[in-house]
Structure formats: structure tokens, C-alpha cells
Write a protein that binds this ligand. Structure first.
Ligand code: ZN
Length: 90
């Protein structure tokens, strides 16, 4: 059996949320993972290089994972109260 190991590239960021109701702070982590592999191609059909996959992971994190996490936290701001969530500075 041949095991092919793909280079996994993971990027993460920690977001700080503050509950507008009780003032509790919560830290949540958003992460995105991409792999360098023969199927990870660009629009022109070229396989993405490691640097390009890093960019891809950063982009996925900023455009997809962070907004997803923010939406998730806004839905359930705080288990203790139903206060509005405010985003602390990054
Ligand atoms: Zn709260």
C-alpha cells in the first residue's frame, strides 16, 4: 500500500467576543485547512504551490471561517444570558 502524504496547511485566528448583556468575554478560534495535492488546482489547471495553498487557507479563513464563527456566536451569544454580542478588537 502506498501512502501519499499531502502537505497540510492550517491557519487559525483567535477572535475575542464580548457579551453585551453580562460582559463576559469568550475567545473562539476559527481555522481553515488546505492541502497541497494534485487535485488542488488553479483555474488555469496548474497545481497550487505551497505558497499558493497558504494564501488559499488564509483566504478561506478570512472569507469563510471567520464570518461563519461570528454568525454562530451571534446566534448564541452567551450561555448565561441572551445579551447581544459585541466584537472586541481583533
Ligand atoms: Zn452574557
Amino acid at each position: 500500500m502506498v501512502v501519499i502524504r499531502f502537505d497540510r496547511i492550517k491557519r487559525k485566528t483567535v477572535l475575542d467576543f464580548k457579551c453585551g448583556g453580562c460582559g463576559r468575554r469568550t475567545k473562539r478560534t476559527a481555522s481553515a485547512e488546505c492541502t497541497v495535492n494534485p487535485f488542488n488546482k488553479k483555474a488555469d489547471g496548474c497545481i497550487r504551490t505551497r505558497e499558493e495553498v497558504v494564501q488559499q487557507a488564509v483566504q478561506a479563513l478570512e472569507e469563510k471561517e471567520v464570518p461563519k464563527l461570528i454568525a454562530e456566536v451571534e446566534k448564541t451569544p452567551c450561555p448565561k444570558c441572551s445579551g447581544q454580542v459585541r466584537h472586541a478588537a481583533k
